[in-house]
Design a protein around this ligand. Structure first.
Ligand code: NAP
Length: 309
């Protein structure tokens, strides 16, 4: 079967680190172009914007939008209006209403829209979901802590409105949580800590509840210098404790590591997108973004020291 001709829009860190290698190894996609204001990819036709790219490179069928979140909606609209299939990096938009509008537009144009959550393709996530199905959950603890200066040096967009601050990594935890917990999660309380010189928070404490009222405490810290990053989720149930660590890469049951897990985030993500493209269908789950939006709706705001890179 012919490969789907795809272009990357926004050639930054995640595009180079993950999307380019995943597409190079993909049996379903062929990377035929790049649109990015400043960056070019060696050996692939590269243009400053999507309009120039589509004029120059024939028969592009799909785009992967790896831009900063603040420009994602306009790019996605432009592509969907031309009938292109669209993969959105996370977060799928700056607001929930943007993403709902894109889903409607995709349906109208019979294009596939994938609001991707890369962490959901980590090897421990589906096994965790399967193990938790039907269990009685007693409590959940999430610690998602890393040093932004190590993982996102110079990315000033994170601190501008719409850039999400600590929710840029924190939404990965929420994307896993909303996938593995069998009932819908509800946000009960949030405290958001804003550096005095930033428009987005650098740390947050959330309290959620599952459908049976079991508490889920989520601690997010973007200025964590206490050691290697913590990307951990613990779920206590009537049948014992399930733990995911390394962002869903490893799973333990009552402390015993589950071996033989397989899967890689971005190859898995593109395999899923390939199925959506074949069926011209969409996968748009806004629940992680909705929880973040709810935290901004009801969160108590605290001011903290200015952020220095
Ligand atoms: P980044 O390194 O700052 O790259 C963002 C890129 O967006 C820039 O290189 C810029 O291209 C491009 N861009 C900005 N405005 C554009 C426009 N109007 N049209 C086309 N391209 C535009 O950021 P990143 O770390 O790759 O993150 C990008 C997205 O991926 C974010 O939503 C982030 O949450 C997500 N993500 C990041 C990571 C990670 O570890 N970094 C992991 C998973 C997901 P030019 O440089 O050419 O101007």
């Amino acid at each position: 079967m012919a490969k789907t001709r795809i272009a990357i829009v926004g050639l930054g860190k995640i595009a180079r680190d993950q999307h380019v290698p995943a597409l190079a190894a993909s049996a379903a996609f062929e990377l035929v172009g790049v649109a990015s204001p400043h960056n070019k990819l060696d050996g692939v036709p590269s243009y400053g914007d999507m309009e120039a790219l589509l004029q120059a490179v024939p028969h592009i069928e799909a785009v992967s939008l790896c831009t900063t979140p603040q420009v994602r909606y306009a790019a996605a609209r432009f592509a969907l209006q031309r009938g292109l299939h669209v993969l959105l990096e996370k977060p799928p938009g700056v607001t929930v209403s943007e993403v709902l509008a894109l889903a409607a537009l995709a349906g109208k144009n019979s294009a596939a829209l994938f609001a991707s959550w890369h962490s959901r393709h980590a090897p421990g996530v589906e096994p965790a979901r399967a193990w938790l199905a039907g269990r009685n959950i007693r409590s959940v603890t999430v610690n998602w802590k890393e040093d932004v200066r190590v993982w996102h040096p110079g990315q000033t967009w994170i601190w501008q409105a719409g850039g999400l601050g600590v929710f840029d990594p924190g939404i990965n935890a929420l994307s896993i949580l909303t996938r593995i917990i069998p009932s819908a999660l509800v946000l009960k309380h949030a405290e958001l800590r804003y550096p005095r010189n930033c428009e987005t928070p650098i740390a947050a404490s959330l309290m959620l509840a599952d459908g049976n009222g079991a508490p889920a405490r989520v601690e997010l810290d973007f200025l964590y210098t206490g050691g290697p990053p913590q990307w951990d989720i613990d779920v206590d149930t009537d049948a014992g404790r399930l733990s995911l660590s390394k962002g869903g890469g490893e799973m333990r049951l009552d402390g015993e590591q589950v071996v033989g897990l397989s899967g890689q985030e971005y190859p898995g993500l593109y395999a899923h997108f390939a199925g959506l493209v074949r069926g011209r269908s969409s996968d748009v789950d806004i629940s992680p973004l909705q929880l973040v939006a709810d935290a901004f709706l009801c969160g108590q705001r605290k001011e903290v020291e200015p952020f220095v890179e």
